[in-house]
Design a protein around this ligand. Structure first.
Ligand code: FAD
Ligand code: SF4
Length: 467
């Protein structure tokens, strides 16, 4: 047997020089030979720790073993038992903080962990090339409504349809997918892939009604009357703002607006699509998460000469995925660590001209367990900018919540649902994903969807026994 490589099998990528001028996917995927080579690094551990640290507990050694044998059909069958969206997870999940972090090979110090996410992507992309299988199991166990078509809603809907439920997803926007469609850019997650994954779910009999804002177009009372149970998965899509002077200047954006224009409305292809987006020479992005990276890298692709990310903590605390940060640096994005904006400065005609910032230092631990950033007196300085994009987190969307007063919320304004069951204070109404946890990750939202599907099944079957 060939000697096990210390490092992961590299994945081919578009060069930074080329990709910073286009919106095509950066990472190009493994071919079968590369996948088999990487799969052969797996130790096939007994009691595999990688499974335990996957929020949907995928049989990771199981599908990797099939790749090594070159049996993609069997690998796909293993994967599909656990996840409805593997091509998406393989691309955007923070594997380095989950399955790959506990991989026994990686913990041996000399070796990098198995590239589990890249192998998942290989299998899922292979499956998407095959004809979509229609699942015609009878849908006679009851009607379930799912509100929101992000990863949480899609996962719950797919699992419930497999269990024999007649599922309708109601989605406020004109396209399904939630953040996968309107937030994460094409160069990280091609919309064609999202679309195909959604088609595999509708092929199981799930119906999706777009342009339906629950709370406006249709009320929760109407939904509760028509469906045996419902799952609220409306996400946390409302942007937070810093609220510093100058926020209303032309050129100051929320990341939500900026990315939605670019992704959902395809502004990067204007005028072929009819939504424009402002282009700028010098862009400042505020924040340190994946959303900030996405906004910064999009601005670069739209032609900005300089893009500077300002983050109030240090690089060690950066919440973005390591890979996104690394790619952004390769593409020429600059970073100002321990920096906070305090004012947007006008050019005198209502447009942004510069961002006034201060330097920060890290003090005592705060309630999040991270050292609290504190302003250094007399450290103010100016960064020239004709665009600033705030990517400082999102909060709950109020449209549904404000019209459904019986539903209990927690102290942060999210739905108070039990994380282990998805149950809310109202019988038959379940909730999960970002609207319960606050902005989190795709895989956690999917995990919540899986739990909810099982619990909704239990709930409806118990109701039937009572009658
Ligand atoms: P969402 O994906 O937000 O979906 C909720 C859906 O509900 C939306 O389609 C919305 O239109 C719909 N809706 C809302 N209100 C109503 C209503 N009243 N009626 C009908 N429909 C309604 N996570 C990762 O794991 N990796 C990443 O790399 C990553 N990058 C990200 C980049 C960006 C730019 C953003 C914004 C987030 C990113 N995340 C990432 C986080 C991840 O996308 C979210 O945690 C996840 O999408 C949450 O899923 P969800 O199903 O709970 O909600
Ligand atoms: Fe393979 Fe790593 Fe999982 Fe062990 S922990 S089975 S080496 S992926």
């Amino acid at each position: 047997m060939a000697k096990r490589s210390y490092t992961k099998t590299p994945m081919r990528e578009q060069s930074p020089e080329l990709r910073k001028n286009n919106f095509s996917e950066v990472a190009l995927g493994y071919n079968l030979k590369e996948g088999q080579l990487e799969a052969s690094r797996c130790l096939q551990c007994k009691n595999a720790p990688c499974i335990q640290s996957c929020p949907v507990m995928i049989d990771i050694p199981g599908f990797i073993k099939q790749i090594e044998a070159g049996n993609m059909k069997a690998a796909n069958e293993v994967l599909r038992k656990y996840t409805n969206l593997p091509a998406i997870c393989g691309r955007v999940c923070p594997q380095e903080k989950q399955c790959e972090m506990t991989c026994r090979l990686g913990r041996s110090k000399k070796f990098e962990p198995v590239a589990i996410g890249k192998l998942e992507r290989l299998v899922a992309d292979w499956a998407l090339q095959q004809p979509i299988e229609t699942v015609n199991n009878p849908k006679n166990k009851g009607k379930v409504a799912v509100i929101g078509s992000g990863p949480s809603g899609l996962t719950a809907a797919g699992d419930l349809a497999k269990l024999g439920y007649d599922v309708t997803i109601f989605e406020a926007l004109h396209a399904a997918g939630g953040v996968l469609t309107y937030g994460i850019p094409e160069f990280r997650l091609p919309k064609e892939i999202v679309q195909k994954e959604i088609e595999t779910i509708t092929a199981q009999g799930v119906k999706i009604e777009t342009n339906v804002v629950v709370g406006k177009t249709i009320t929760m009372t109407e939904i509760q009357a028509d469906f045996a149970a419902c799952y609220l998965a409306v996400g946390a899509g409302v942007p937070n703002f810093l609220g510093i002077p100058g926020t209303s200047l032309n050129g100051v954006y929320s990341s939500s607006e900026y990315l939605t224009r670019i992704n959902l409305m395809k502004a990067y292809d204007f005028p072929n699509y009819d939504t424009p987006v402002q282009t700028a020479k010098n862009v400042v992005v505020i924040g340190g998460g994946n959303v900030a990276m996405d906004a910064a890298r999009s601005a670069k692709r739209l032609g900005a000469e300089t893009v500077t990310v300002i983050y109030r903590r240090s690089k060690e605390e950066l919440p973005a995925r390591e890979e996104e940060y690394h790619h952004s640096v390769e593409e020429g994005i600059d970073y100002h660590w321990l920096t906070n904006p305090i004012e947007y400065i006008s050019d005198g005609a209502g447009k942004l001209k510069a961002v006034k910032c201060v330097k920060m230092m890290l003090g005592e631990l705060d309630e999040s367990g991270r050292r609290r950033p504190e302003m250094i007196d007399g450290s103010a300085f100016i960064i020239k900018a004709d665009m600033a994009i705030e990517a400082i987190g999102q909060g709950s969307n109020r449209v549904l919540l404000d019209t459904f007063k019986e539903l209990q919320l927690n102290q942060w304004g999210y739905i108070a649902a039990d994380l282990t069951t998805g149950k809310t204070n109202i019988p038959g109404v379940f909730a999960g994903g970002d609207i319960v946890t606050g902005a989190a990750t795709v895989i956690l939202a999917m995990g919540a969807g899986k739990i909810a599907a099982t619990q909704i099944d239990n709930y409806i079957q118990n109701q039937k026994l009572r009658v």
